[in-house]
Structures are given as structure tokens and as C-alpha cells.
Design a protein around this ligand. Structure first.
Ligand SMILES: NC(=O)c1ccc[n+]([C@@H]2O[C@H](COP(=O)([O-])OP(=O)(O)OC[C@H]3O[C@@H](n4cnc5c(N)ncnc54)[C@H](OP(=O)(O)O)[C@@H]3O)[C@@H](O)[C@H]2O)c1
Length: 259
């Protein structure tokens, strides 16, 4: 008898990088559960994912990661199926220096970007398959901070260490934990706003410097690495923090024109 498809849960799977990861894992034969806050976006996304991958099932679950009250709903959502891959992608940032970030915004960012992934893993640990894999989506700004994304950089540095510490804790449950750090990726980060902005300009990225690779990232670039980390091919990988940034953090480039 055929074994049932693997199950992947992608928190923040309704747009950008999370959506590309959900689609890529479906290509690998996974059924997926995706979450986000906006129910209309979630339903539309689930519909397009299922159209693109007719052999796999996709389920949308509306969830604000701040809200612990729904953690008890997971057994019903999962319908007793163990999770093979858990991806935590939801996050937000502010385009401002850390010293100019209001304390309430800083605390909320720590909550969404760092504390919520930890709480969700605590809530879902008992539902993970053995073996299984967790992937935290961090940022290149967590490896080398960006002054203009000060508070966000701090939270992503914390995510990097969170992933490594969880890899140690969860090893005894046969759960691997790895962290992926995308560089500038378009489209993406709808919630990387300037103070006073309520919506991010679609053209924001036009001013971004290109990394050595000569192009900005695409969500698929990160999704490919996540698919690898989630697969048995990465069985010996846990506690890693890996950049997918086109070389932007490789080192300081020569500022003078070359040849
Ligand atoms: N794009 C980049 O350039 C870039 C670079 C480095 C790292 N990253 C990281 O990659 C990850 C994904 O970013 P992205 O570019 O894909 O962003 P995105 O397009 O803005 O997607 C964010 C996703 O998270 C959900 N979400 C946001 N806040 C949430 C909350 N409080 N509760 C529940 N769901 C929430 C969104 O759904 P709703 O809108 O419905 O809530 C959406 O599904 C983030 O961790 C980000 O830090 C991105």
C-alpha cells in the first residue's frame, strides 16, 4: 500500500517566500497547511496552489501568530496527521534605526518574529513526525545587521540563535531544525514599512543595490533550499544557519571600478 503524502505546515504561507515554499513542497509531493491572517488572501492562495498541484491537498488556516488562544486547535486542523515539515516564515520589520524604534513596536516585532515561532514549536512539537524537520525563515540582516532595519536585524539575529538552540533541544525527538537567511527578495516583505507608512511601495526595491550575483532574490531561491532541508537528503543537517543572498554578505566589495 502507498504511504500517505508527507504533511508540511507553512506559517505565513500565503504570500512571498512562504507561498513559494508551500508550492515547492507540494511539487515534492507534500500536502500542505498554510496560515496567514487575511482570510481572503488565504483562500485565494490555497485555490491557486491546489490548481497548480492537483495531486496534493492544501488547507488554509487563518491565524495571527500573536494569538496563542488558537494553539489548541491544531489537533483538529491536523486531523491526527503528523507534521513532516514545519516552516515558520511570518514576520514583519520597520525601516528605521533601532534607537528610533518605539518600545511597543520593538516588543511586537520580538513577539511576532521570535517569541511566536518558539511558542508554535512548543505547541506543535507533540504533533511532529519522527523524523521530521523545522525550518525557520530568518534574514541576511540577522547575520550582518542593517542600521536602517535596526530592530528587525536584532530580531533576526535572535531567530538564528533560536534555531540553533532548538536543534539541540529537539534532537532527542528526531526533529532537525535549520535556519535559512534570504537576502533581498522580490516580491516580498509587505510589512517592512517606514514609520508612518501603512503600505509598502511596490517600487521600494528599485533602489536596492544588487548583490554580487547580479540580481535580486526570487522567492523560489529560498524555497529550493527549504525543500532540500526538509528532505531526507539533508538528514545530517541540523542547527545550521544558511544564507541565500546572492553573495551580499560574502564580504565588502572593492568600491573602485574594476578593469
Ligand atoms: N522578502 C525579502 O526580501 C526577505 C529578505 C529576508 C528575509 N525575509 C523573511 O522571509 C519571511 C517571509 O517574508 P516575505 O517576503 O515572504 O513576506 P510577505 O510576502 O510579507 O509574507 C508574510 C507572510 O506572513 C504572514 N504574516 C505576517 N504577519 C503575520 C502575523 N502577525 N500572523 C500571521 N501571519 C502573518 C502573511 O499573511 P497575512 O498578510 O495574511 O498576515 C504572509 O503569509 C519573513 O520571515 C522575512 O523576515 C524576507
Amino acid at each position: 500500500m502507498d504511504s500517505p503524502p508527507r504533511l508540511a505546515v507553512v506559517i505565513g504561507g500565503t504570500s512571498g517566500i512562504g507561498l513559494a515554499i508551500a508550492g515547492r513542497l507540494m511539487e515534492d509531493g507534500c500536502d500542505v497547511v498554510i496560515t496567514g491572517r487575511n482570510a481572503e488572501r488565504g483562500r485565494d492562495t490555497a485555490h491557486s496552489l491546489s490548481q497548480a498541484n492537483p495531486g496534493q491537498s492544501v488547507q488554509f488556516h487563518a491565524l495571527d501568530v500573536r494569538d496563542a488562544a488558537h494553539d489548541g486547535d491544531w489537533p483538529t486542523i491536523l486531523d491526527t496527521r503528523p507534521i513532516d515539515t514545519l516552516v515558520l516564515s511570518a514576520a514583519f520589520g520597520r525601516q528605521s534605526w533601532v534607537t528610533e524604534t518605539p518600545p511597543d513596536v520593538f516588543l511586537d516585532m520580538l513577539h511576532v518574529n521570535v517569541a511566536a515561532p518558539l511558542r508554535l514549536i512548543q505547541a506543535l512539537r507533540g504533533h511532529m513526525a519522527s523524523p521530521s524537520s523545522v525550518v525557520l525563515i530568518s534574514s541576511d540582516a540577522g547575520v550582518e545587521g542593517e542600521q536602517n532595519l535596526g530592530a528587525y536585524s536584532v530580531t533576526k539575529a535572535a531567530v538564528n540563535m533560536l534555531g540553533r538552540m532548538m536543534a539541540l533541544d529537539l534532537a532527542r525527538d528526531n526533529i532537525r531544525v535549520n535556519v535559512v537567511c534570504p537576502g533581498d527578495t522580490v516580491p516580498g516583505m509587505r510589512y517592512l514599512l517606514r514609520p508612518g507608512e501603512s503600505q509598502r511601495s511596490e517600487h521600494d526595491y528599485l533602489s536596492w543595490p544588487l548583490p554580487p550575483r547580479g540580481r535580486l532574490g526570487q522567492a523560489r531561491d529560498t524555497a529550493e533550499l527549504v525543500a532540500f532541508l526538509a528532505s531526507p537528503r539533508a538528514d545530517f543537517m541540523t542547527g545550521t544557519v544558511t544564507l541565500v543572498d546572492g553573495g551580499s554578505r560574502a564580504g565588502r566589495p572593492d568600491p573602485s571600478p574594476h578593469n
